[in-house]
Every structure is written in structure tokens, then in C-alpha cells.
Design a protein around this ligand. Structure first.
Ligand SMILES: [Fe+2]
Length: 159
């Protein structure tokens, strides 16, 4: 079984653990589940198009909002992912230190939509805005819209 299945299963269990706690969450747990799964698929396709490692890229996409999942907060959720995500991946097992660092850094950097990171990080950011857009999540920051427009242009076949 591929690691992406195991990681999504473990992340679903993590999300489920917050069910019924009565906390105020900025994003519903159902959105976290849906966004995890569909963002992962978008990331996998973009990895093939752009030539990054599809598994590592889709793993980073699956986990990019880990900070919001564990804190319930949108504010600073990218930064707050870094350490807990490293611990989560270490607990799951089957990842080397370099892979853990790449995935945790992609989560940490994914909110910087106006700067350019590694090709894998760029896919995480693009898959994030594309996935939010398809569900009608409001995107007010100009850099998010710019990124979305560029991605849509990239995906359109050239004649
Ligand atoms: Fe996201």
C-alpha cells in the first residue's frame, strides 16, 4: 500500500479526534477532510505535469493544513504546522529525515502565496488555491487570485 493512503487514513483519524469537542473551529472538519483528499489528487496531477516526485508532492498537499487541523485556527496555521507535522510523520513511520523536512517545510511555507519556493512547494500552494476555488472558499488576497489565474492558464491546452 502506498504511503499516501496510510497518511490520509491517519490524518482522517486525527481529524475525527476533534469531532464533538465543541471547539470553535474556523473551518469545519468536513472541509478539512474534503480539502485533504481533493488537494492531494490535484497535487499528484500537477507533480506529473511539472516533473516533481508525485508521491512526495501529494503527501505534502495532503498535510499542508495540518496546523489548522491541530489548532482549529486559520491564523498562522502554516507556521504552526511545522513541528507537530514532523512529530506526526515520525509517529506514522516509513519516512526519512529529508522527506519529513520537505513535507513540514512545504506546510510551513504554503501561505506565502506571493513568494516562489521549491517546485514541490509551488505545487502545494497552487493545489491549495485551486481546491479552495472549486469549493467557493473566498480568496481575497491578490496573490491568491494571481496564482489561481496563472494555474488555470497553465492547465488550458495550447492550440
Ligand atoms: Fe489549504
Amino acid at each position: 500500500m502506498k504511503r499516501i493512503i496510510k497518511v490520509q487514513k491517519m490524518l482522517l483519524e486525527k481529524i475525527n479526534s476533534y469531532e464533538g469537542l465543541g471547539e470553535d473551529r474556523e473551518y469545519p472538519l468536513d472541509f478539512e477532510r474534503i480539502h485533504m483528499a481533493s488537494g492531494t489528487g490535484i497535487g499528484h496531477m500537477l507533480a506529473i505535469i511539472r516533473g516533481t516526485d508525485p508521491e512526495l508532492t501529494s503527501l505534502a498537499c495532503a498535510l499542508h493544513d495540518f496546523g489548522r487541523i491541530v489548532t482549529g485556527l486559520q491564523k498562522d496555521h502554516a507556521n504552526s504546522a511545522y513541528q507537530p507535522l514532523k512529530e506526526f510523520l515520525t509517529e506514522i513511520g516509513g519516512f526519512n529525515d529529508e522527506e519529513i523536512e520537505i513535507i513540514a517545510l512545504a506546510a510551513k511555507n504554503h501561505s506565502s502565496k506571493d513568494s516562489v519556493g521549491t517546485p514541490l512547494e509551488e505545487i502545494v500552494k497552487d493545489a491549495d488555491v485551486f481546491d479552495c476555488w472549486q469549493y467557493g472558499i473566498p480568496m481575497t488576497r491578490p496573490e491568491q487570485l494571481k496564482r489561481l489565474e496563472a494555474l488555470i492558464q497553465e492547465l488550458k491546452p495550447t492550440v
